[in-house]
Design a protein around this ligand. Structure first.
Ligand code: NAD
Length: 496
């Protein structure tokens, strides 16, 4: 693997975070337990990371609770809170190259994407919520003359943020930044596949002057550290992004413990519809390919179902396959790589199993489908396209969370919308058409939390992000996310 010398030097000097951040200190798990942190780039162990157990999580929660109750963060004036969050964003910017390296190494994503997307967006999220934190207003009720009634947004208390491995720092910031902006304390549990940038975030937050205990980071296994956090009697809310099965468990844990609030962002099987009157077929083909293959398909909004009007299907699929065929899997740390490794051997096997199932169920494989770069020891799967996928087949219905596209055809608007909505998920959906009426009708009829017309993933921090149906509930991003981390309190003062 021929990497630029500047990058190999930096890699050699890169400090690899490994300890939990609890109550303002970097510490090992009390038991001394660690877990192997493996890089999907070559299958090699990067480092040993503290494997937090229930007792470590309890310490983190206690420290977050103490920080919340004594008001060391919650009661700080908005200007001081902002100063600290802006400083944190500045420190992330200072260390952006290291953060990008850690992210690429840990999850196998192309370093160019970590540099251009993950890290800048995480920094922007931090700044956006720092700016927003004093723009949350309460309301005054229409009270009788002898009473003053008003409602305020009160922080919830201790937030448990459980985040996934596909955009580790970015997803962490989507939760940590609004939660802190509202005055809460946070215990962040990164995915075991990708703990490095979350641990670095915890360190930078201390350097930025965030008081001890306000942001704790507890690396560890989901079934141990994650479960302990979600079962805690002293956590007020779990904010989660990840799989449906774990989302269901979190609701059970809530019911079994203190009825903590739960917000769930659970992925999808998002359709992208291309009508024959599409105003720019080349742009649509690019969006069809990048919409599903970006980040190796490990994206909750991946456009994993492509619905094409029958009259243009063959030519369109051919063009999408040509674009995807140029996405050759490569070393994530090579700045020229656009398509990296899958996060883990397990995730790679899951994708390969879905490919084998689609083959056996009669879909037509038009591109890819193989594991490649075996000699590297890493977990690489080619961009894969299946045409003529039956709507009731496994590939049409289940989320792969890998680089596999299912293509189906339709005739007419009604069939397109019915096919698009024929899923238990409802995260994102898109449609390409030159007909404004059809676009607006479609936007209304598509059952998804995010709808894109003549583009894919064309939105940013200013717009709410989250799903309908089994894609979960609660919104990340935008001012709505702030309200998720607050309770409404009604106060009525009788004037005597
Ligand atoms: P997961 O749901 O198992 O893991 C997500 C987070 O939950 C991790 O931090 C994990 O440690 C934690 N977790 C796991 N078990 C837990 C438990 N019992 N209690 C509390 N926390 C627990 O996801 P995964 O195994 O990493 O990936 C499996 C599937 O999840 C993927 O194939 C994909 O479908 C989905 N996924 C979705 C997203 C998304 O953005 N919506 C992101 C990653 C994965």
């Amino acid at each position: 693997m021929n990497l630029p010398a500047s990058l190999t030097d930096r890699l050699a000097r890169l400090a690899l975070p490994s300890r939990a951040v609890i109550d303002g200190a970097l510490i090992e798990a009390a038991s001394g337990a660690t877990f192997h942190n493996v890089s999907p780039r070559d299958g090699q162990v990067i480092n040993q990371v503290a494997a937090c157990q229930a007792e470590d999580v309890a310490r983190a929660v206690a420290s977050a609770r103490a920080a919340f109750e004594d008001g060391r963060w919650r009661d700080l004036g908005p200007r001081d809170k902002k100063k600290i969050l802006f400083r944190l964003a500045d420190l992330m910017e200072r260390d952006a190259e290291d953060l990008a390296l850690l992210e690429s190494l840990d999850v196998g994503k192309p370093i160019r994407d970590a540099r251009a997307v993950d890290i800048p967006l995480a920094i922007n999220t931090c700044r956006w919520y720092a700016e927003a934190l004093d723009k949350v207003y309460g309301e005054v009720g229409a009270s009788p003359i002898d009473r003053l009634s008003y409602a305020t947004h009160e922080p919830l208390g201790v937030i448990g943020a459980i985040v996934p491995w596909n955009f580790p720092l970015h997803m962490a910031m989507w939760k940590v930044a609004p939660a802190l902006a509202m005055g809460n304390s946070v215990v962040l549990k990164p995915a075991e596949q990708s703990p490095l940038t979350a641990l670095k975030l915890g360190e930078l937050a201390l350097e930025a002057g965030l008081p001890p205990g306000v942001l704790n980071v507890v690396p560890g296994l989901g079934a141990i550290a994650g479960e302990a956090l979600a079962l805690s009697m002293d956590v007020d809310m779990i904010a989660f992004t990840g799989s449906g099965p774990v989302g269901r468990k979190l609701m059970e844990y809530s019911a079994r413990s203190n009825l903590k609030r739960v917000s769930l962002e659970l992925g999808g099987k998002s359709p992208q519809i291309v009508f024959a009157d599409c105003p720019d077929l080349e742009a649509a083909a690019q969006a069809a390919a990048w919409g599903v293959f970006y980040n190796q398909g490990e994206v909750c909004t991946a456009a994993s179902r492509l619905l094409v009007e029958a009259s243009i299907q063959d030519a369109f699929v051919e063009r999408v396959a040509a674009i995807a065929g140029a996405m050759v899997p490569g070393d994530p740390l090579d700045p020229d790589t656009v398509f990296g490794a899958m996060v883990s051997e397990r995730q790679m096997k899951t994708a390969l199993n879905y490919i084998a199932t689609a083959d056996s169920q009669g879909a037509r494989r038009v591109l890819g489908g193989e594991r490649v770069r075996r000699a590297s020891g890493g977990f690489y799967v080619e961009p894969t396209i299946f045409d003529q996928v039956a709507p009731d087949s496994t590939l049409a219905r289940e989320e792969v969370f890998g680089p596999v596209l299912a293509v189906m055809s339709f005739t007419g608007e009604d069939e397109a919308i019915a096919l698009a909505n024929d899923t238990v998920y409802g995260l994102a959906a898109g449609l390409w058409t030159a007909d404004l009426n059809r676009a607006l009708r479609g936007a209304r009829k598509l059952k998804a939390g995010l709808v894109w017309v003549n583009g894919w993933d064309a939105c940013d921090i200013t717009m709410p992000f989250g799903g309908f149906k089994q894609s979960g509930f609660g919104r990340d991003r935008s001012l709505h996310a702030l309200h998720k981390y607050a309770d409404l309190k009604s106060v009525s003062v009788t004037l005597r």
